[in-house]
Ligand binder design. Sequence first.
Ligand code: SF4
Length: 295
Amino acid sequence: MDCKWTFLSADVELTNLCSENCAMCPRDHLQRPQGIMSQNVFSKVLEVLVGFDSRITFSGFGNPTLHPLWHSCVKQARAAGLPAGLVLHPSTLTSEVLQLLVRHPPSHLEISFPSIDPALFSRLCPRSDYTEAVRRVVELRRLNITPMVCVGLQTDGSLKSAGHYRSFWKAYGVRTRFFPCHSRGGNLQDRSWVRATPSQSQSCGLLAIHAFVAWNGDLLACCHDLTGETRIGNLCTDEPMLLAQQKSSFAEAGPPWALCQACDEFRKNWPLPEGACPRDPAERGRQLAKKVNKK
Ligand code: SF4
């Protein structure tokens, strides 16, 4: 496998601080250091990701808008020629954040909106008000800043959940994705929410094309890592191509970490990319789509 595939997309954790307490997030068991990415680390990370033509998404175990210069990071990444988006909880969509999004538009936005059932939403996101959360997403859509998608979670047995979710948001012109809730590498303590089943695949299709960069520049195998056990190296101090080579060998041979033994993340089963990684992002997308459709 061409190791350049391993940085096709990159989640960059501007911070792992968060004031939500969502039931489907195991953040309260986070053992790796908590903090905010410095400008020095960000500049180095961006330089490396420019070298790989990565698609950046600011996300991770925190709320990216708690980084005081998150909008500047979006602006810098886009000025460097990379797609750069954000994963946000609806409660972060304050009028101040909306104004900053208008001024510094990201290339994509993903809103974590686990359920459109008000009672279930309140259990999953106990610090958020459902009605206000919907209002904020609708306002974001009205502003039409950038392509956005609401991401829902199947946490109950109802087969109708996905259809309901899709038609609810379609009425507001919002695209959706909907997944069975998984255990974040076995880290979610309350398994009553989990609907995914552990994966049988030895290799990891997610590790093969996706990088996770923590706020201190550490390259971790996966966003599910709460302890730092899957640290491959650091983007500020290690040779990027060596990191990519290590990452591709772990992805092909099977990730060696304990975290991966309990993994029920469906993206693990994605097929590994073949051939040279094209420079053109659109061509990369076409090649991967062909592989997934063939599977
Ligand atoms: S096997 Fe699962 S936990 Fe391990 S790197 Fe892949 S997606 Fe992450």
